[in-house]
Design a protein. Structure first.
Length: 427
């Protein structure tokens, strides 16, 4: 029991005893001494009570910090021990889930509805250091599965922030106008005119669901053993990442897809500049200048760029007149090379044309005041569902993973788009 609680209870007892003594008209000598002793103890306890509260307040703060982080830390440790292999065997054979996998599945079911087995997003991460089976001994040794090739994710390198949402819609109010400043023209004059503090809402809604299907043959189930755990995770993670990356930038906004940043530049209010000329650093320098003028960046080092590899190929082959410096060296001398992302998945491929130079686009973003330029919302986890009928005759396992997500931008001033960057004549 806390010391302050013990002292408070004793103070209550003292007050109760004193109330009985002071009510007497003619207390005895013994009762008078008792009242004096109780009064002295009460005053001493008041000092002890204040000291105990000060000490316990510090202890509460330390305990509170521990409690605030304990839940997230324990959950992260459980997710690190989540086994997709158990999910596959549960859907295929009906084998019961156990350990951390069972705990996570039960907790996710309590927070949302899933037709199949819920899988947390973190479980799709490729984990290092896990034990995987090196093969089966009889009669042919089967080595670890060789994965398919997927394009690397560029959304995170462009400053996009992924937010997990339990249920419902979520929106961010973004200030569009606010405080004004001004000087008094005269001694009694007004110091500027007031301006309304106004905001605009940037909302995300669970209207877009991505489906990933995977067919696992009976041979793969029997042959791969524990190696299937890593293989399924990597393949599903790669397929989801590839498509999410594409729709973040090129989503059509139709047929179930969210509206991508580049496709919906006009809808989002993003400034788009049509260059329609040979790609040069000067076009990018102009956009960096506009970022700085809009107070979105303090210099070119804060800018991130997404473009096609054809631009790099074109720039690295062009020498600045009279120097051994290429146009690519010139660009990366201002915007660090680590801030350039090249993707054949998130950017539209140049249309082959023998008469005109191929044209690519480039998206420039900045993170301002700790606010990401792009928000990607994911509702709950991945809902993994088994189809028990389609492959029943062959003993295979067909899985469908459903993921609901949407995207929005914070402020249009944090993004700029360049189109019509000519990168040479196609042969």
């Amino acid at each position: 029991m806390l010391t302050s609680v013990t002292i408070a209870r004793r103070q209550s007892e003292i007050r109760e005893a004193l109330s009985g003594l002071v009510g007497k008209d003619a207390p005895t000598e013994e009762e008078t001494r008792q009242m004096a002793a109780l009064d002295t103890e009460y005053r001493a306890n008041e000092t002890r009570y204040r000291a105990a509260l000060i000490t316990e307040d510090e202890e509460r703060r330390e305990a509170g910090q521990e409690l605030e982080t304990r839940s997230d830390r324990e959950y992260a440790e459980l997710v690190n021990r989540f086994e997709l292999r158990q999910v596959a065997l549960f859907l295929d054979e009906g084998r019961a889930l156990d350990g951390p996998t069972a705990e996570i599945v039960q907790e996710m079911r309590e927070h949302g509805g899933y037709r199949g087995v819920p899988v947390p997003w973190q479980a799709l991460e490729v984990r290092a250091g896990e034990t995987v089976a090196s093969g089966t001994p009889d009669p042919i040794q089967t080595r670890p599965i060789i994965d398919r090739l997927f394009p690397s994710s560029v959304a995170s390198s462009m400053g996009a922030q992924m937010i997990n949402i339990d249920y419902g819609a979520i929106e961010w109010p973004v200030a569009t106008s606010g405080a004004t400043v001004g000087w008094q023209a005269t001694e009694t004059g007004a110091a500027g005119s007031p301006s309304t503090y106004a905001t605009v809402d940037r909302a995300m809604k669970p209207d877009h669901t991505l489906g990933v299907q995977m067919k696992i043959t009976r041979k793969a189930l029997k042959q791969s053993g524990a190696a299937l755990e890593q293989a399924v995770r990597r393949d599903m993670n790669g397929a989801i990442s590839k498509e999410v990356d594409r729709v973040i930038f090129l989503g059509s906004g139709a047929s179930g897809e969210p509206l991508g940043v580049i496709t919906g530049a006009g809808t989002y209010g993003i400034t788009s500049t049509a260059v329609n000329a040979a790609a040069t650093w000067a076009a990018f320098r102009s956009q960096v200048k506009d970022f700085i003028l809009a107070n979105a960046a303090t210099g070119p080092g804060a800018v991130r760029v997404l473009t096609r590899p054809e631009l790099w190929d074109y720039w690295d082959g062009i020498l600045i007149t009279g120097t051994a410096v290429t146009e690519w060296d010139r660009a990366t001398g201002h915007i660090p090379a680590g801030n350039w992302a090249m993707s054949s998945n998130a950017m539209v491929e140049p249309v082959p044309d023998t008469a005109e130079p191929g044209e690519v686009s480039a998206l420039l973003t900045v993170s301002t005041g700790g606010v990401s330029p792009i928000f990607v919302g994911a509702w709950g986890g991945v809902d993994l569902i088994r189809d028990p009928f389609s492959d029943a005759s062959s003993g295979g396992l067909r899985l469908t993973a459903l993921a609901t997500m949407d995207l929005t931008i914070a402020r249009p001033v944090q993004l700029r788009l360049l189109t019509g960057l000519q990168v040479g004549t196609d042969e």
